[in-house]
Design a protein around this ligand. Structure first.
Ligand SMILES: *Cc1c(COP(=O)(O)O)cnc(C)c1O
Length: 324
């Protein structure tokens, strides 16, 4: 297995240029005062379809051969990868079939259908989504694009950190949400090329710390689907490609509790007028948690997405810990 390199992130950046947004890097004096650090938020909640996933999806689909484009793409996803594939497929004229869990947020299912994709529903706690995806691929000749463990997907995700580091220069720390590791591994390739001395952390929900266990034990650890409000990070294990890069290039994996995610969402909404989804706030919650270490440092935080049903957002903001 050959791991992708920073050259693949650069190639992805030119492929998505003019299709993906170059998202803003926002700062807040209140946040700097709260943490004692100089904080730069790379706001992928403002990316097309509302999360960084558009980057990796578009990069992967743009590389399809004419035959692959004609036959179509299939993807399985807890939501944002589905929308990223569906929108990219629509833009590139490729038929898309998306396998989604029964409890995916309604806004994500509706948006995926809105981009013209066919949606197939499975049970998150009973069915094997990878098996369903593989079967559809075999039956119809679709190309399966997984949500994180794919060289083109992770290289595309790395373009967000590339933009951040090119725009604001060296960082002391960078905090990145972690599910299956596509975003973190792509970010690691960009970081080691552009800011080699930066301390890079992946951040997971406490209830699903398989990434932390894997990082610290040196082998990929599998867990049951964790119950957390961070629905974009409910993955059961890292991938072969993503872990290969993460174990080599990342400094550590941290965890935060759901209550800290709600606090971070509330901060972004009230002080910065930014709507984020719980998973999108993993990095910010971890930075606030370890602010004593960050005094006077330049700190980058990837805000990974903003797709949350408004009812759920309001419920979480009004103190309902499950958001139900
Ligand atoms: C998918 C997703 C993540 C996790 O990304 P991985 O590449 O699976 O690690 C984090 N935040 C949001 C908003 C996501 O959609």
């Amino acid at each position: 297995m050959t791991l992708p390199t920073y050259a693949d992130v650069e190639a992805a950046a030119s492929r998505i240029s003019g299709h993906a947004h170059r998202t803003p890097v926002l700062t807040s004096r209140t946040l700097n005062a709260l943490t004692g650090a100089e904080i730069f938020l790379k706001c992928e909640n403002f990316q097309r379809m509302g999360a960084f996933k558009f980057r990796g999806a578009f990069n992967a689909l743009a590389k399809f051969s004419p035959e692959q484009k004609r036959a179509g793409v299939v993807a399985f996803s807890s939501g944002n990868h589905a929308q990223g594939i569906a929108l990219s497929a629509q833009l590139l004229g490729i038929p898309a079939t998306i396998v989604m869990p029964h409890d995916a947020p309604a806004a994500k299912v509706a948006a995926t259908k809105g981009y013209g994709a066919t949606v197939v529903i499975y049970n998150r706690y009973e069915d094997d989504r990878e098996a369903i995806g593989r079967q559809l691929a075999q039956e119809h000749g679709y190309t399966l694009i997984p949500p994180y463990d794919h060289p083109d997907v992770l290289a595309g995700q790395g373009t967000a950190a590339k933009e951040l580091l090119e725009e604001i220069g060296e960082l002391d720390y960078l905090f990145v949400p972690l599910g299956g590791g596509g975003l973190l591994s792509g970010t690691a390739l960009a970081t080691r090329a552009l800011a080699p001395n930066c301390t890079l952390y992946g951040v997971e929900p406490e209830a699903g710390n398989d990434g932390q266990q894997s990082f610290r034990s040196g082998g990929i650890v599998h867990i049951d689907t964790p119950k957390t409000i961070a629905d974009g990070a409910q993955t059961q294990h890292l991938g072969e490609y993503t872990f290969g890069i993460i174990k080599r290039d990342v400094n550590d994996i941290l965890t935060v509790a759901d209550a800290q995610l709600i606090e971070a969402m509330r901060f972004l909404a009230t002080r910065m007028k930014i709507v984020t989804e719980p998973t999108g706030c993993l990095g910010l919650a971890a930075a606030i948690q370890m602010k004593d270490t960050l005094q006077g440092k330049r700190v980058g935080i990837l805000i990974s997405g903003g797709n949350v049903d408004m009812e759920r957002f309001c419920s979480l903001m009004s103190g309902n810990a499950s958001g139900a």
